[in-house]
Design a protein around this ligand. Structure first.
Ligand code: NAD
Length: 358
């Protein structure tokens, strides 16, 4: 099969980790008989430097013509003093909106080999941890009406949290169908004891659940979820939630794994189209030094194989290859704990070793 992929390497360590993801994909292509056509495009700081705009129209057009998008990372010190609207990171919001990426999937997986990196007591994560956060990405308070008004207490600012039934329904379907392929449990997170928008959220999620009798649903308030994630994280399989709660909980969950360099993400639209990127940013402090861990980018490419191209065997092969390299004690600097069994490797060697395991 032949697949068209838009490649946005971006800034900082983006190009370094992207090069290794493409190396691994090329290996998958050779081993499994697929052809991946890459077309590069600019976004973020690199695009500002080249044409004065963080998200050029041609990048949007290329993404829309492609089967999937791979994105490295965006941003850096060089552009930190630009006003909000002109900052490189605006390109991320623009891509989400233009490509209608309404479902954000962030797995928080604690690799057995990296159990030491987990900040929780070992007994809380004994036997591993595998939580998938499904976050609604294009609605809610981040996209609601906002503004200022005068009040007797001075100026007031407001941001409106609003969810329409269809927005809740489509993200709920994503969560339930994912859970059906995993351990079959969805925890829907809201604040229905206070918020009207959460009460509607809960009603619609319950309706959708009726169509998935094999999946167990429970509802949990967001404040309780924040506590449960650090005291009993193994109770969760899929966490389904809105934009703002998901933003906060997904960072909390990913930190339980302790290693930002190994966390992938997917943002999906309808029809299996998706944008795949590591959870980490552009890490300007280590850019260009062969220190960046490419595993998050490589595992994001594995998610692309699984969710957009439907290539589960190939995705498994990439994930297993990453685990094997970790089992052999190979560690990029972010994962080094000073153990005698560790072998310190750089970005390029990590990519070569992983590709070699496929
Ligand atoms: P960051 O994720 O870039 O870095 C945080 C820390 O983690 C740094 O010490 C960095 O060296 C380390 N780190 C990150 N990725 C790593 C990797 N793959 N291997 C080894 N170490 C890694 O977050 P930050 O410092 O807050 O932000 C830096 C820039 O990235 C900012 O301009 C920010 O806006 C941008 N950013 C972009 C995205 C994105 O493109 N999706 C996401 C977050 C931040």
């Amino acid at each position: 099969m032949r697949y068209k992929i838009a490649v946005i390497s971006g800034d900082g360590i983006g190009p370094e980790v992207m090069a290794e993801a493409l190396r691994v994909l090329d290996r998958v292509g050779e081993q499994f008989g697929h052809e991946f056509d890459y077309t590069t495009a600019l976004a973020g700081g690199a695009a500002i430097d080249a044409c004065g705009n963080s998200l050029p129209q041609e990048t949007i057009d290329l993404c829309k013509r492609s089967d999937a998008v791979l994105l490295g990372a965006i941003g850096g010190w060089k552009w930190d003093n630009l006003p909000g609207e002109q900052r490189p990171e605006r390109a991320l919001l623009g891509l989400r909106k233009e490509l209608a990426l309404f479902a954000n999937l962030r797995p928080a997986i604690l690799f057995e080999e990296l159990a030491d990196a987990c900040p929780l007591r070992p007994e809380l994560t004994a036997g591993g941890l595998d939580v998938l956060i499904v976050r609604e990405l294009t609605g809610g308070i981040y996209f609601g009406e906002r503004g200022y008004k005068d009040t007797p207490l001075g100026r007031a600012a407001y941001d409106v949290e609003q969810y329409a039934e269809e927005e809740v329904r489509r993200i709920a379907h994503v969560a339930f169908s994912m859970a059906g392929k995993r351990s079959g449990r969805v925890t829907s997170v809201d604040k229905a004891n206070v918020l009207e928008s959460s009460r509607l959220w809960r009603e619609i999620v319950t309706e959708v659940a009726a169509g998935y009798p094999e999946v167990a649903l429970n509802h949990m308030y967001v404040d309780n979820t924040a506590m449960q994630l650090v005291c009993a994280p193994q109770q969760f399989d899929v966490i389904l939630t809105g934009n703002m709660f998901g933003d906060i909980l997904s960072d909390e969950a990913s930190m339980i794994t302790g290693s930002i360099g190994v966390l992938p993400s997917a943002s999906l639209s309808t029809g299996n189209f998706g944008l795949y990127e590591p959870v980490h940013g552009s890490a300007p402090d280590i850019a260009g030094q062969n220190k960046a861990n490419p595993m998050a980018m490589i595992l994001s490419a594995a998610m692309m194989l699984r969710y957009t191209f439907g290539l589960a065997k190939e995705a498994d092969a990439v994930e297993t290859a990453v685990k094997r390299v970790l089992q052999k004690g190979c560690r990029t600097p972010d994962l080094c704990r000073g153990e005698s069994t560790e072998r310190k490797i750089g970005t390029a060697e990590a990519g070569q070793l992983i590709a070699g395991e496929i």
